[in-house]
Design a protein around this ligand. Structure first.
Ligand code: SAH
Length: 451
């Protein structure tokens, strides 16, 4: 039987921006291309396939893509045989026809988490022989579920310590500011066996820490309608031998069940680390955002988390300058941050996104300068909070999983996700190290090895 094999010495280049989900999608596409004989290269100029995996969550991200598309167009003009792929949230579930008109040099459009269009395109290029069609189809099926041997692209194998594994695709929540549901489609959970299988294979390839991903990861399993929830997945994943640590992101405040918190508290590999966006600290703004909870309910959740998991790291996302946000309403957010003292805050200035409810029905009425001012105030506040928090680790001993070598130091993280650096001549990649903290900053800890 003829097995379709890509022609030798073909290269691919994937440029990824945006969230961890995109990183996971790019990793998967890379591994699928490699199972067809392509190798990864560092420069788009050297590649036969160039893929841009895109993010449109804010205008800034979208602008970056336009720049990149310009450079790719130049390469394609010189080398018309180049295959150009556009993937991710810019493509979404139905933007392809519009984009095709705008960027005719793009050959393949891939929705988020869907690599099939590229594989089909390559098939159509390489398997013109009709007799092979049926077989090619069967192969696509297999690739669509993930290829067993090639979960990590070659250059990432045995040096990748942390890996993201998508567990919930899409989002059905429709917060008024957010474009994601329009681009990633409705919410659907991946079967648990598939997730566990993928995680095991990653661990077999050297991964030590798994990050489960979803726009609302704590809704994992809701669409199975059989009572399955994220906690059940964590319980099973905790049994995977060779996995050192498990994390998950992003949680929506409304779905963090006691069962989930108990799982985090009790399972030895699941880290005390939550990513739970509050977005704003004022009830009217939260209602305008259609978040589905009040500030009071959010605070209760924080108490519940801290009650069950003392010293749990709690990170959040905040948007400043959402439609109609007054100075006083913004100050409610400021005060909430001061009160809760998050460990880290991902802050963004509100950016109008096409088709969202806010874009259609609300006015983007906070001036850019005011948004920047509010952003800066929160940044200064949060920096101080992080400085204070990290200072409490001075002279203490912390346990880290070493994940990379960076500018002459080893870099790792504590279970509660604090960044730690230390120097040593030996190879610590993927190992657990005990570090005595000597210096602290708002962003990291630096220390020496405890032998
Ligand atoms: N699923 C997450 C959101 C993922 S998007 C949730 O439930 O909150 C990541 C972050 O980008 C969001 O938390 C939000 O803070 C920010 N964001 C999303 N849309 C935005 C917009 N239109 N303008 C500015 N920031 C935005």
């Amino acid at each position: 039987m003829n097995t379709p094999v890509a022609k030798k010495n073909k290269n691919y280049y994937i440029w990824t921006i945006g969230c961890q989900m995109n990183e996971a999608d790019s990793r998967r596409l890379g591994s699928e291309l490699e199972s067809r004989g392509y190798s990864s290269v560092e420069q788009p100029e050297e590649a036969d396939i160039v893929v841009l995996n895109t993010c449109v969550v804010r205008q800034q991200a979208e602008d970056k893509i336009f720049g990149r598309l310009g450079s790719v167009k130049t390469i394609k003009e010189k080398r018309p045989n180049l295959t150009v792929g556009l993937m991710g949230c810019m493509v979404g579930v139905r933007e392809a026809p519009r984009l095709q008109k705008k960027f005719p040099f793009v050959d393949v459009f891939m929705p988020p988490s869907d690599t099939k269009p590229m594989l089909e395109f390559l098939d159509s290029q390489e398997f013109v022989d009709e007799a092979l069609d049926a077989e090619a189809e069967a192969i696509q099926e297999r690739y669509a579920i993930q290829d067993a041997e090639h979960l990590l692209p070659a250059e990432q194998r045995s040096n990748t310590i942390l890996a993201n594994v998508p567990v919930v695709l899409g989002c059905s929540h429709a917060c008024t500011f957010c474009i994601i549901p329009y681009r990633r489609g409705r919410e659907r959970s991946r079967p648990m066996d598939e997730i566990l299988d993928e995680s095991k294979k990653l661990v077999d390839q050297g991964v030590k820490e798994i990050m489960f991903l979803g726009q609302i990861v704590d809704r994992y399993g809701h669409d199975f309608n059989d009572g399955t929830e994220l906690a059940d997945l964590l319980i099973k994943a905790n049994d995977i031998s060779g996995v050192e640590r498990i994390r998950f992101l992003t949680s929506h405040p409304n779905y963090m069940s006691d069962k989930l918190l108990d799982a985090v508290a009790n399972l030895d590999k699941v880290c005390p680390h939550m990513e739970v966006p509050v977005q704003a600290g004022n009830n009217e703004v939260l209602a305008n955002m259609r978040r589905g909870y009040t500030v009071e309910q959010f605070k209760e959740l924080i108490d519940r988390i801290r009650g069950k998991i003392p010293d749990c790291t709690i990170n959040t996302d905040i948007i400043v300058g959402f439609c109609g946000e007054t100075h006083d309403q913004f100050m409610d957010t400021y005060n909430l941050m001061e009160e809760i003292k998050f460990d880290k805050v991902h802050m963004a200035k509100y950016s109008v996104r096409p088709r969202t409810v806010a874009a259609r029905r609300m006015e983007d009425d906070v001036p850019e300068g005011e948004k920047a001012k509010r952003w800066k105030m929160l940044d200064v506040l949060q920096r101080g909070i992080q400085e204070e928090k990290n200072k409490t680790f001075q002279d203490k001993q912390v346990e880290i999983l070493v994940e990379a070598y960076q500018k002459g130091s080893w870099r790792g993280r504590t279970p509660d996700n604090r960044l730690v650096f230390f120097k040593d001549d030996r190879d610590w990649l993927g190992k657990i190290a005990n570090i005595q903290v000597e210096h602290t900053s708002p962003f990291s800890l630096v220390g020496k090895l405890v032998e």
